[in-house]
Design a protein around this ligand. Structure first.
Ligand SMILES: *[C@@H]1O[C@H](CO)[C@@H](O)[C@H](O)[C@H]1NC(C)=O
Ligand SMILES: *[C@@H]1O[C@H](CO)[C@@H](O)[C@H](O)[C@H]1NC(C)=O
Ligand SMILES: *[C@@H]1O[C@H](CO)[C@@H](O)[C@H](O)[C@H]1NC(C)=O
Length: 423
């Protein structure tokens, strides 16, 4: 507002931004990274280390506009009705999948394993790993898997994110943040790599989620060409748009670029009739549609603007779509979004960073929303106090129950769900 005023109020403005930023889920990542960094190498280099931190402007629907149309869940149903299960048994279960017999869930963990639930008698068992470099000694960090202690080992151990069974073959397909696209047979074991590079030879740096077409092709996201998973908050802070939607074709074993230049492409979901797919763009807080067939084939539609940062999108059996959203955008954070220079300044103020430590009591919470294919909101459930869920990665609706994953905590949330009669 008053960019021409003196230095003091300018700093105050920045400071207010910083305060508001850390009330945001990304803030935690930034803060822990920054704090960790400061203890190693205080002021010599930028906090992004080997990467040049280059914030860019990105156009997203205004905060006000989005919030005006966003229905609030006044009863906080996710908080009051949600239940935590498997506490400290699963570490960062990001994607939840069930096999053709309805067994599961199967889920990928922060320690690099894919595990499956075998019922109360047996509990969780290891189903697959994405690399033979996985060892219990190097990778098995237990409940600490979701902390920074795992970061150094992620590259070696793998970090399985999106999971999908191929209904035709019973094979489990895996998008791993370090090992690309892989698959493993119905008996599990060590997964086999399918795609680590695109057809032009560019590496797949950060595979994130996938879905499988009935013709065998696999659509999957590669979140960034510049930052890997451990550094993912810099993708958000920069606003960089080097992510891609890719397609792996089994007959040729080649991976084609479907869409380039996306800002943190994340979840992928094909429609039931396979005429389109939906994907989320996390940095831009939106749900998008890519047409595979029909008059608009090859084009992208904007489906919905969201109040926060979406992760995976999953269809229910009615052809509706659950989107997991880490909340929420704030008006001041939008100022940062629209002013890359402010983000640059933020990272060059070591003094501010030391102050950040005092504001660790930040708020972050979860919103899950159900959409129809045109972006009409059918359901919104929130947990504004973070009573059950703080960070959410995926919502799977199976037989009247929602299974909710999280990339950063050691549990799965569940909720019995009876859809409202629509009017
Ligand atoms: C929630 O509360 C707000 C005001 O506090 C009201 O405008 C809105 O209609 C309520 N939403 C529902 C779904 O009841
Ligand atoms: C397909 O490509 C992957 C990596 O891009 C490679 O590991 C695999 O061996 C290839 N498979 C075949 C059958 O060529
Ligand atoms: C499967 O269908 C998709 C969408 O129409 C298409 O892009 C892809 O090339 C097809 N794959 C094969 C192997 O035919």
């Amino acid at each position: 507002m008053e960019e021409k005023s003196n230095n003091y109020s300018w700093l105050l403005l920045i400071w207010r931004m910083v305060v508001l930023l850390v009330q945001h889920p990304i803030g935690i990542g930034v803060m822990s990274f920054v704090m960790g960094f400061l203890t190693i190498d205080p002021f010599k280099m930028g906090p992004t280390g080997e990467h040049k931190f280059r914030p860019v402007r990105h156009e997203i629907a205004s905060y006000e506009e989005v919030m005006q149309h966003w229905p609030k869940d006044n009863k906080s149903r996710l908080g009051s009705e949600g239940k935590l299960e498997f506490v400290d048994q699963v570490f960062g279960p990001e994607s939840l999948e069930f096999d053709a017999n309805g067994n599961g869930p199967y889920t990928g963990l922060a320690d690099g394993r894919i595990v499956r639930w075998m019922g109360d008698q047996i509990g969780w068992e290891t189903f697959a790993i994405v690399t033979n470099a996985w060892t219990e000694e190097a990778c098995g960090r237990g409940v600490e898997s979701t902390t920074a202690k795992q970061w150094k080992y992620e590259k070696q151990c793998g970090r399985p994110l999106g999971l999908r069974f191929n209904k035709a073959t019973g094979e489990l397909y895996i998008a791993d943040a370090y090992y690309g696209l892989l698959k493993v047979g119905p008996e599990g074991g060590i997964a086999k790599p399918l795609a680590t590079h695109d057809v032009g030879g560019k590496p797949i740096l950060f595979a994130n989620d996938l879905d499988i077409h009935s013709n065998g092709s696999v659509f999957f996201t590669d979140t960034s060409k510049r930052y890997d998973r451990v550094s993912h908050f810099f993708i958000l802070l920069e606003g960089e748009a080097t992510g891609r939607l890719l397609r792996y074709d089994p007959p040729t074993n080649q991976t084609h670029v479907v869409i380039d230049g996306l800002a943190f492409p994340n979840g992928v979901q094909l429609s039931h009739d396979q005429t389109f797919l939906l994907f989320t763009e996390t940095t831009n807080c939106r749900l998008m549609k890519y047409w595979l067939e029909g008059p608009k084939a090859g084009t992208v539609d904007h489906v919905a603007d969201l109040p926060g940062f979406p992760d995976n999108v999953r269809a229910n059996d009615k052809g509706q779509y659950w989107v997991a959203i880490d909340c929420c955008r704030t008006a001041p954070q939008e100022v940062l979004t629209r002013n890359p220079w402010m983000r640059s300044v933020y990272f060059r103020l070591p003094l501010r960073m030391s102050l950040l430590a005092r504001i660790m009591g930040m708020k972050m919470y979860t919103v899950i929303a159900l959409f129809d294919e045109n972006g009409r909101i059918l359901e919104v459930m929130e947990d504004p106090k973070g009573m059950v869920m703080k960070l959410v990665s995926e919502v799977r609706e199976v037989n009247g129950k929602l299974w909710i994953g999280t990339v950063a905590h050691n549990h799965i949330a569940t909720l019995s769900y009876n859809p409202r009669v629509s009017n």
